[in-house]
Design a protein around this ligand. Structure first.
Ligand code: ADP
Ligand code: MG
Length: 237
């Protein structure tokens, strides 16, 4: 199968620091890929390069067979890319319904808006919270609402940066099931995560980043058995 996303020798420096250093990442359509690695490994920077909020110093990004390296973020979004950042970007003073409606209005017309809204509330399990102010929701519900804002555009590729940060084990599990359900409906997912239980729950393939480079790729079993991976997490090299 042709990859939906490919980076080729992608690099980005901040001063003397190589935050992304020659990354060749290839994601097949239909995958759930987890991206792990110690703090500062360059995971979030890689997402920003993929979305286009940072321009790379060198290298190429191909999305759905097209070279999008020079595209501004909105053009990549228009082609089917969406992202949920680490920091929630919801409107805290507006209701859940209002938040989702704002996001949906970018894609669907008046005639289908209500139906799409109900579908989204159902997928996110936010039906009973629909009238509440987003700022009053639990931490987990705010994260799901944020995922809802990102999927309202019906993207073909969704990038999630630490979606379960700060969640309870139950909320984390529920987030994993949500991601699997969206994937079963055809959405390709790349997820940055620290929680290994979660990674095992969702991912078939895991990419480990270290010092801006792909350190190793493999199944979850390959990764947990790999002594070199354990060493980079312990900071002994
Ligand atoms: P991760 O998400 O894996 O924790 P980041 O991609 O956030 O890592 O950061 C990778 C490295 O790049 C870190 O050393 C970080 O301090 C640095 N970095 C990230 N963004 C910037 C920036 N805008 N300016 C300078 N340095 C940055
Ligand atoms: Mg990060």
């Amino acid at each position: 199968m042709a990859p939906i996303l490919e980076t080729r020798r992608l690099s980005k420096r901040f001063g003397g620091l190589r935050a992304t250093d020659g990354v060749d990442l290839s994601i097949d359509a239909g995958e759930i890929r987890c991206l792990i690695g110690p703090n500062g490994a360059g995971k979030s920077t890689l997402f920003r390069l993929i979305l286009g909020t940072y321009p790379p110093d060198s290298g190429e990004i191909r999305f759905r067979g097209e070279d999008v390296t020079g595209f501004l973020p909105y053009r990549r979004v228009a082609r089917g890319m969406s992202i949920k950042f680490q920091v929630p970007g919801i409107f805290k003073d507006l209701s859940v319904e209002h938040n989702l409606t704002i996001a949906l209005q970018q894609r669907v017309g008046r005639d289908t808006l209500q139906r799409e809204l109900e579908r989204l509330l159902d997928v996110l399990d936010l039906g009973t919270a629909r009238g509440r102010r987003a700022g009053e929701l639990s931490h987990g519900q705010q994260q799901w609402l944020e995922i809802g804002m990102a999927i309202a555009l019906s993207p073909s590729l969704l990038l999630l940066d630490e979606p379960t940060a700060g969640m309870s084990p139950e909320e984390t599990f529920k987030t994993g099931e949500l991601i699997k359900r969206l994937n079963a409906d055809g959405m390709t997912m790349v997820v940055i995560e620290h929680d290994m239980t979660f990674v095992r729950q969702v991912a078939r393939r895991v990419t480990v980043l270290h010092l801006g480079q792909i350190f190793v790729e493999g199944s979850m079993d390959d990764i947990v058995r790999n002594d070199d991976v354990a060493r980079i997490y312990l900071g002994r090299e």
